[in-house]
Design a protein around this ligand. Structure first.
Ligand code: G3P
Length: 216
């Protein structure tokens, strides 16, 4: 499974990327706003750190404007993927961007139907938001399982990015469901690598090593 980092924080991206496990980055307007920096500068810097798909979101609501915005963003770097919200104007946009050979990520997906429509217009990626479904009392992971079956039934080429991940269990469940990608917040990534028994084990090995007679 590919792991993307779900952040616009370049320090976190640099650190996680140095572990050798980051395949791409996803951003959204909220994550960009959190950094208090110019959008293009942040995106350019992320592209210089990670050599993989970097999602940047359009904020226009009409297809013509979305396409213009997307063309501008796509010029920043060859790895830019245009995040487009799932709605009728978004579907039109993703179809047009496919014809222009610009990669897209259908975002704000909350149902298998939305994922199916995004796949039909040729979205490169679809991003179901599972945490936000959990937040309102639905089981977010259920839609991942359904989407994986639907995409397999019809051999859709769109890859599924499990988004709005809140904890390490979400990542395990995404992997068990066979999702192509999990986009993970930095704090969740840190929790994935950590185990208290590992910490205790390291501590014990180091203190036992102190007792081993050393060659002079
Ligand atoms: O990048 C989109 C998504 O992962 C946002 O997550 O935590 O705002 O629901 P969240």
């Amino acid at each position: 499974m590919k792991i993307f980092l779900d952040t616009a924080n370049v320090e976190h991206i640099k650190e996680a990327s140095s572990w050798g496990i980051i395949d791409g980055v996803t951003t959204n307007p909220t994550l960009i706003a959190r950094e208090g920096r110019n959008f293009e500068d942040v995106v350019k810097e992320i592209c210089s750190i990670v050599d993989g798909p970097i999602s940047a979101e359009v904020v226009s609501m009409k297809s013509d404007e979305m396409v213009e915005e997307a063309k501008g963003l796509a010029q920043i770097h060859k790895n830019i993927v245009i995040k487009v919200p799932i709605m009728p104007e978004g579907l039109k946009t993703m179809k047009r961007l496919k014809e222009l050979d610009i990669k897209t990520n259908a975002t704000l997906i909350f149902s298998p139907n939305q994922a199916l429509l995004a796949a039909k217009v040729g979205a490169t990626y679809v991003s179901p938001f599972i945490g936000r479904l959990d937040d309102i009392g639905h089981i977010g992971m259920d839609i991942i399982r359904d989407i994986m079956i639907i995409f397999e039934n019809y051999k859709f080429e769109s890859e599924v990015i499990v988004a709005s991940i809140r904890n390490p269990i979400h990542v395990i469940d995404a992997a068990i469901a066979g999702a192509h990608i999990a986009t993970v917040p930095y704090d969740t990534l840190r929790k994935m690598v950590k185990h208290s028994l590992t910490d205790v084990g390291i501590e014990r090995f180091l203190s036992d090593w102190e007792k081993v007679p050393k060659v002079k």
